[in-house]
Design a binder for this molecule. Sequence first.
Ligand SMILES: [Cu+2]
Length: 275
Amino acid sequence: MFLRKSGIGAAVAALMAFAAIPAAALPVEWGTSFQAPASPVMEQIEDFHTLLLWIIVAVCIFVLALLVWIVIKYRAGANPVPSKVHHNTLLEVAWTLIPVIILVFIAVPSFRLLYFQETRPTPDVQIKAIGKQWFWSYEYPGSAAGFTFDSLGLSDADAKAQGKPRLFAVDNAIYVPVNKVIEVETSGADVIHSFALPEMGVKMDAVPGRLNKTWFKATRTGVFYGQCSELCGARHAYMPIEVHVVTDAEYAAWLAKSKAEFAALENDATRVASK
Ligand SMILES: [Cu+2]
């Protein structure tokens, strides 16, 4: 059906399909661009990426044009007696200064973005993500009400049965409220892992014996997926991250339910351990 459309119709349909991709909140086959940003940091990363892309395109076209011009104009056939010019002060100053100016022009937004990423606002919610071979443990700290749970990737059969994406869905997802500053502390229990959420612009190493911090503020509700992004052993590909961004009310409900559920589990484990 797609093929039968007119050229313009097919192009529009392809564009619409492309525009619809981000809603899936997942990587797509043949996808070459970013997933739709869902945090201010990722929005700025994408803007910076686009700026760099235009600069790179302009530089490439300019260099290519110069090459073509020189290859044609100064070919041996048209120049039986080769030119002996070997210095041009103006040219040499220009080809040194112009790249410097371009780099300074790039450095300004680059450092601005780096500063924005690294300056963590006061958090509304704190989460600790501990990478383990091969799953994630999460801690929701908070006075006496804190709790912790493990989050394992679903098997292919379970994911299929539940209609969830293979290699992305987990048994216990993390929940965070929308439009709130989420601080993520990362650490590793055994080897180095990396907590990555592409749509939030988050990628932070989880290093044993060390506490790294990053943050994100989800700008829309939905289910977001990430993966461990540091080669951490045989089942590195099987420790996905699933984040549900929900409203404040839904978050409060999940928090209450999880406190009861996971605290009960912990008490059970303690009882078994003390037997
Ligand atoms: Cu890992």
